[in-house]
Write a new protein. Structure first.
Ligand code: SF4
Ligand code: SF4
Length: 119
């Protein structure tokens, strides 16, 4: 009788877990989901590359290219805090399953320092 009561109680209850992947919980605001690079203001200074502990970022000034090895990134946020142009943020959006290892982005323009006026 005890077993029957237990079965009937459980049938009438809501599921204790989400029906993943049909129900996906929205990520927390602080969740470190993925790196987002905005090339608009990037000056290819290479500071993010130098500061990145696992060498996940590669900046090639000649080719105007910014690369991220997604599999190396440990989400430490060093690149976010060190970029002088605020080009990098960490989004709380989850990276897609089966994401590519490398993100390669061409930087449209690079600010060249203006030469000092002759004295
Ligand atoms: S993302 Fe920022 S730190 Fe990295 S090269 Fe561009 S401007 Fe420099
Ligand atoms: S979050 Fe850290 S590990 Fe990831 S790219 Fe930026 S500096 Fe490198």
């Amino acid at each position: 009788m005890g077993m029957l009561n237990l079965v009937l109680t459980n049938i009438s209850r809501k599921p204790a877990t989400r029906l993943y992947p049909f129900e996906i919980r929205a990520p927390y605001a602080e969740f470190k989901g993925k790196i987002v690079f905005n090339p608009e203001n990037c000056i290819l200074c290479g500071i993010c590359q130098k500061k990145c502990p696992p060498d996940a970022i590669k900046v090639t000034k000649d080719e105007k290219k910014w690369e991220l090895n997604v599999f190396r990134c440990i989400m430490c946020t060093e690149c976010v805090t060190s970029c002088p142009k605020d080009c990098i943020i960490i989004s709380n959006e989850r990276a897609k399953t089966g994401a590519k290892e490398y993100i390669k982005i061409l930087v449209p323009k690079v600010d060249t320092p203006k030469a000092a006026p002759p004295k």
